[in-house]
Design a protein around this ligand. Structure first.
Ligand SMILES: Nc1ncnc2c1ncn2[C@@H]1O[C@H](COP(=O)(O)OP(=O)(O)OP(=O)(O)O)[C@@H](O)[C@H]1O
Ligand SMILES: [Mg+2]
Length: 507
């Protein structure tokens, strides 16, 4: 059980502002050796900023850091790493063109007699991957991996540093329940080894399972501390938001389907090298229906949505897709958008947002064509639409002119969703739409999805959270190895059945 009770990390009076935004204010925060300490808070509460101070990426204006009782100053991440601090970032910071092994050892590649020891690098990476139960190889280029797989790579990378303080900023946001279980086993081992773990997550059900203590931030300040084992989701949410929150969501009225918006039959996409692609997917989405897509990593969820959005692999494809009764083969996202299909991608960094551009520009990007009058986009209309969307989704920002990159992770996700809604689609494709979104905003997004469906839009929702699929969807289609293998009616089946079907254990 390590040195239990000893404060390995002590942050005292830490403050950090970005321009006029006070992201973190006078925060005291301690983590003991052998403790998993959850850090909770709404989107923009200051969690990532506080942890970037501890990992040497952001310089605090005020406050002190002590590691094992000794005052330290971190001018850069390398300083923190030397002191034993490693951080798994919320936004995955991998180099796509490099292999998994190269990413894991980036900047500290092993050498033997002056030359790069590639063999050792690959061998050690394989061991690390085995620890997290990963199914892909160390030599795979990261660009061929899906978001959840990339998340596992960043975890392996942090583990390889042998840190005594490990910060995990939303490590499970793209993982399915099966992968989460494996990660928790790794975390339990770290705890036994006496590592201090800071665990940030918006998945409330994880906190009691994995954490010992929980600290809640609100508007940059510590507002509560709990024994994590006894903390209920409702208590946590109330501390985060500052008032009681209704966490329950359920489709109030079930859709009475009059026509199909989308019909997919035996959809097969030509495989890209080394990857499995959807093979034999059949499903339908009626007008006003929310249909879920479930499945483990690599089951074909994302490939399916990308294909429907004209962003899938080019080339031969078999099977049929019909949109509002007509044959549908979009050649590009632009063509799909014009046909009435909107898409919220899984990884907002890769395909979602232009981070250096303003919230305004990112929000209205999708509807510039529609807003244009006589070749000009009226600025007032543009601002009006963007402000309305940001307000509706509760995006926390100072100005629409802020670059999207300055928003917290969850708030970036809301911008992506808002932009898709603005196109007024007939079919809305969502891949992990609440990834990194806080509890209050999640409930709001579910409410909005219900509202949109009631206007006759068909919604196809891919998610790795069984509770979300069962709570929000009318039906859930389960994919395995690129095939649709099962369909559940959520009025009759629950999370347990869904999990069993995803794992291939259908009774
Ligand atoms: N690089 C930056 N430039 C300007 N403002 C920033 C920057 N990074 C964060 N902020 C602001 O600081 C505040 C805290 O952001 P932070 O990313 O720490 O929130 P968070 O608690 O991690 O939220 P989330 O759950 O959405 O990840 C927010 O208001 C955010 O807009
Ligand atoms: Mg964050």
């Amino acid at each position: 059980m390590g040195d239990e009770g000893v404060a390995l990390v002590e942050l005292a009076g830490v403050s950090k502002a970005y321009g006029g935004v006070r992201a973190v204010r006078a925060v005291d925060f301690t983590v003991r050796a052998g403790e998993v300490h959850a850090l909770l808070g709404e989107n923009g509460a200051g969690k990532s900023t506080l942890m970037k101070v501890l990992s040497g990426e952001v310089a605090a204006e005020q406050g002190t850091i002590r590691i094992a009782g000794e005052a330290v100053r971190f001018a850069r991440p390398a300083d923190a790493q030397r002191a034993g601090v490693a951080m798994i970032h919320q936004e995955l910071d991998l180099v796509p063109a490099l292999s998994v092994a190269e990413n894991v050892f980036l900047g500290r590649e092993p050498h033997a007699r002056g030359v790069l020891d590639r063999r050792r690098m690959v061998a050690e990476t394989r061991q690390l991957l085995a620890r997290t139960g990963v199914g892909f190889d160390a030599a795979t280029p990261v660009e061929l991996l899906r978001t959840g797989e990339r998340q596992l790579v960043t975890i392996a990378k942090a583990l390889s540093l042998d840190a005594r303080i490990l910060i995990m900023d939303e490590p499970t946001s793209a993982l399915s329940p099966h992968e989460v279980t494996r990660l928790f086993a790794v975390i339990d081992q770290l705890r036994r080894d006496g590592v201090a773990v800071v665990y940030i997550s918006h998945r409330m059900e994880e906190i009691g399972r994995v954490a010992d203590r929980a600290t809640v931030l609100r508007n940059g300040e510590v507002v509560a501390e709990f024994d994590a084992r006894e903390l209920t989701a409702a208590q946590a949410a109330e501390a985060m938001v500052g008032r009681p929150v209704h966490l329950m969501f359920h489709a109030e009225t079930r859709a009475t389907v009059t026509e199909d918006v989308l019909e997919v039959a035996d959809l097969v996409v030509r495989p890209r090298a080394g990857r499995r692609e959807p093979a034999g997917i059949s499903l339908r989405v009626g007008a006003g229906e929310i249909v879920g897509v479930a499945g483990l990593l690599g089951s074909g969820r994302t490939e399916l949505l990308e294909t429907l959005y004209g962003a899938g692999p080019k080339g031969a494809r078999s099977g049929t897709v019909r949109l509002r009764g007509k044959d549908f083969r979009p050649r590009s996202p632009r063509a799909a958008l014009r046909a009435g299909v909107a898409y919220v991608p899984e990884d907002r960094r890769v395909s979602g947002l232009a981070l250096e551009h303003s919230v305004l520009a990112n929000t209205v990007l999708s509807i510039v064509d529609k807003l244009t009058r006589f070749g000009l986009v009226p600025a007032a209309r543009e601002r009006g639409k963007a402000r309305e969307t940001a307000g509706r989704l509760g995006v926390k920002l100072t100005s629409l002119a802020d670059p999207v990159g300055a928003l917290s992770g969850g708030n970036q996700q809301k911008v992506v969703l808002g932009r898709a809604l603005l196109t007024e689609p007939a079919l809305l494709l969502l891949d992990e739409p609440t990834r990194g979104v806080d509890v209050g905003a999640k409930a709001e997004i579910y409410r909005i999805l219900g509202e949109i469906a009631r206007t006759g839009v068909g919604v196809l929702l891919a998610s790795s959270e069984p509770a979300e699929l069962v709570g929000v969807c009318d039906r859930v289609v389960v994919l395995r190895g690129g095939r649709s293998v099962h369909e559940l009616d959520t009025a009759l089946a629950g999370e347990a059945e869904l999990l069993a079907a995803s794992m291939g254990d259908v009774r």
